[in-house]
Design a protein around this ligand. Structure first.
Ligand code: FES
Ligand code: FES
Length: 158
């Protein structure tokens, strides 16, 4: 069946079953490959995108649950040439190794910064705990979020 979906400010009509995971539609139909398939079970965060500004796991979010809400993916934040502040902070702090978790990390962190522009460290840690990095760059990611929030990064070694 055909279903309408709003992604990064643009309306799309996709031909998919209502129970199709949003992640599959983003990657397979819309060719937005930033969000990654990790566990497929809502346990790693690699697939994180935003739904009306809230970070969600797109691997366990059926298309039918999206409705008229607005989907935002890493492609809607910025590009290699025009990174937003958080993407720039990730680059500056070299907060990636293989990069598989990065889009999900950034989308989850951006949701926090949009709601609370200057969160404290405890808020950042709590908010980010659902997303895993198998390369162990969590401290660099913490530094990047602190940097993007304009908070001191000293004392947080990579
Ligand atoms: S792929 Fe969605 S949480 Fe792991
Ligand atoms: S940088 Fe490799 S999983 Fe995070």
């Amino acid at each position: 069946m055909t279903i309408r979906i709003n992604v990064n400010g643009a309306e799309h009509v996709v031909d998919a079953e209502p129970d199709t995971p949003l992640l599959y539609v983003l990657r397979g139909d819309l060719r937005l490959n930033g969000a990654k398939y990790g566990c497929g079970l809502g346990q790693c965060g690699a697939c994180t995108v935003q739904l009306d500004g809230k970070a969600i796991f797109s691997c366990v979010t059926p298309l039918a649950a999206v409705g008229t809400r607005k989907v935002r993916t890493i492609e809607g934040l910025g590009s290699v040439d025009r990174m937003n502040a958080l993407q720039s902070a990730f680059a500056a702090e070299q907060a990636a190794q293989c990069g598989y978790c990065s889009a999900g990390m950034i989308m989850r962190a951006q949701a926090l910064l949009d709601a609370i522009p200057q969160p404290d460290e405890a808020q950042i840690r709590r908010h980010m705990q659902t997303n895993l990095c198998r390369c162990g760059t969590h401290m660099r990611i913490l530094r990047a979020v602190l940097r993007a929030a304009g908070l001191p990064v000293d004392g947080h070694s990579a």
